[in-house]
Write a protein that binds this ligand. Structure first.
Ligand SMILES: Cc1cc2nc3c(=O)[nH]c(=O)nc-3n(C[C@H](O)[C@H](O)[C@H](O)COP(=O)(O)OP(=O)(O)OC[C@H]3O[C@@H](n4cnc5c(N)ncnc54)[C@H](O)[C@@H]3O)c2cc1C
Length: 476
């Protein structure tokens, strides 16, 4: 994976740049010691690393605006960072850039249960948004598996999803407004707590723009009343393809569970070893959850079980208690960590039409054999968002390159069958150079023209999303 050559002239000005940053921020909000900045050299795509020039940690929108204005005037690139859990390298810096971390922007600013919204600073973690409202019977729906750590800022930038997004939609469906600072330091408000914004849907544009158009400092989020009840069922199959076909049939039948999650045997075994979730030792496992009153739950699960039985499941187990349900989800949420215990891994994020699940799962198995690299599959099957985890050994020469090549083949396959390169993790650096598989040069040119409007100097997170060859002239 290639990154642009860092600008030596900017690096040579480090002392002057740091002094200017210190003039607009509290003393402890600027980090320039190379040991301390090392922590920021990568995100969860840890195969690629580069320590930044400096790190700033503003605690307000005003401070964020002051930092961006200063960097803009000095011509210094900025990389926004939430909690650094991006699996696409979205928060990875370049050596000539300042990382702008939002970890200190973690306050709840307003809660309105009557109108069902919460306004938070963007560094607040996803799970703690629900934490702030759950005693009043509310929750924030998008639930990335990283929700304990990831920040609302990163969720907005990547338009993150999660297991329960099959029913509730992803971040963009639950985001009502943002306060954002442009690279030039201008503070703008988009959307708000109530419906009725005229003009272009700029909020929709910002959500998913991967920190390239502005730095989000505050967000207004929709909160929902907790459902009366929820119950997951575990359904085991003796082949990945059959499990895939079962998902396809459930969706075709028009049943809408709140979540349909898929795990194959390598993941099931890793999870069992890690957190002992009580999963059966089958080749493929579906976790399907439905919500509502007891009657609604029984009715929906009845339909699902009937469809599943047509596919000869080898295990069918409905949760019998809240503790059992929590355990089932604990296993799923721990799946990436469990795989990380076995080896280094690269987590892909292609999305495909649900009907193509059996075909794509079969081809992934073939590619795993061809490349000699093990793969575990754990993903949001209901909306066709696949997460093959390719295991490799970072200390073995050539293994990373093999992993990259195999990952590229899988993502190309996703596009070929009618899907796309990313469902929720974003493009970042990981899929940047594969964008030509999905878009032609004209498409990319138009997308880059949008960035021209918000960030004409191309200083904000510019080495991401667009193939380096496409963005080269703009990045100067
Ligand atoms: C174990 C694990 C499980 C995961 N599961 C899921 C999942 O189920 N669903 C899912 O969608 N993702 C998942 N992810 C990926 C990741 O957690 C999400 O992409 C998350 O939204 C990133 O949030 P973050 O705060 O860590 O952002 P970061 O990694 O810090 O940054 C992500 C992107 O956001 C930009 N950004 C950060 N802050 C701002 C800001 N203030 N303004 C503008 N741009 C900004 C960055 O520049 C970068 O491009 C998982 C990751 C891990 C490690």
């Amino acid at each position: 994976m290639q990154m642009p050559v860092a600008n030596a002239e900017i690096i040579a000005r480090k002392a002057e740049i740091v002094a200017r940053l210190r003039s607009v921020l509290p003393i402890d909000a600027v980090i320039d010691d190379p040991v301390a900045t090392k922590v920021y050299e990568c995100d969860a795509l840890s195969a690629y690393r580069c320590p930044p020039l400096a790190v700033v940690l503003p605690a307000s929108t005003i401070q964020t605006a002051a930092v961006l204005k200063a960097c803009h005037e000095m011509g210094v690139p900025v990389v926004p960072r939430g909690s650094g859990t991006s699996l696409a390298g979205g928060a990875m810096p370049t050596a000539d850039s300042v990382v702008l971390g939002v970890a200190r922007l973690d306050q709840v600013l307003e809660t309105d249960y009557e109108n069902r919204f919460i306004r938070v600073q963007s560094g607040r973690t996803n799970l703690s948004v629900t934490g702030a409202v759950e005693t009043n019977g509310f929750f924030y729906a998008p639930d990335p598996s990283s929700q304990l750590a990831c920040a609302i800022a990163g969720n907005i930038a990547m338009n993150s999803g999660g297991a329960h997004c099959l029913k509730y939609g992803v971040t963009t469906n639950n985001l009502l407004g943002v306060t954002m600072v442009t690279m030039a330091g201008e503070i703008i408000e988009l959307g708000g707590a109530y419906l009725g914004s005229a003009g272009y849907d700029l909020l929709g544009l910002i959500c998913g723009s991967e920190g390239q158009l502005g730095v989000v400092t505050e967000a207004t989020l929709r909160i929902l009343a907790k459902p009366e009840g929820a119950r997951p069922v575990l359904i085991g199959f003796d082949s990945n393809e059959v499990a895939g076909a079962c998902v396809s049939d459930i969706i075709r039948a028009g049943v809408l569970p709140v979540a349909i999650e898929f795990m194959d045997r390598p993941v099931i075994r890793a999870v069992e070893n890690f957190v002992n979730a009580g999963y059966p030792d089958v080749k493929a496992l579906l976790i399907i959850e439905v919500e509502g009153s007891e009657t609604e739950i029984d009715e929906q699960l009845g339909k699902i079980v009937k469809i599943a039985k047509r596919h000869n499941p080898v295990e069918l187990r409905e949760s019998g208690s809240e503790a059992e349900s929590a355990n089932i989800w604990k296993g799923r949420k721990a799946a990436f960590g469990a795989m990380g215990q076995i080896n280094d891994y690269m987590c892909l994020d292609g999305t495909i039409p649900v009907s193509q699940l059996p075909v794509v799962l079969r081809r992934i198995t073939e590619l795993s054999d061809e490349y000699g690299l093990d793969v575990g599959n754990v993903f949001h099957a209901g909306d066709g968002n696949m997460h093959p985890l390719i295991l490799y050994d970072a200390n073995k020469s050539g293994d990373l390159e093999k992993c990259e090549a195999m990952g590229a083949e899988i993502l190309k396959l996703c596009v070929e069958v009618g899907g796309c390169l990313t469902g929720e993790h974003g493009v970042g650096i990981e899929k940047r150079d594969l964008m030509y598989e999905q878009f032609n040069r004209d498409d990319l040119e138009i997308q880059m023209m949008v960035k021209d409007v918000f960030d004409p100097k191309w200083l904000l997170n510019s080495a991401k999303v667009f193939p380096l060859t496409a963005s080269e002239a703009r990045r100067g």
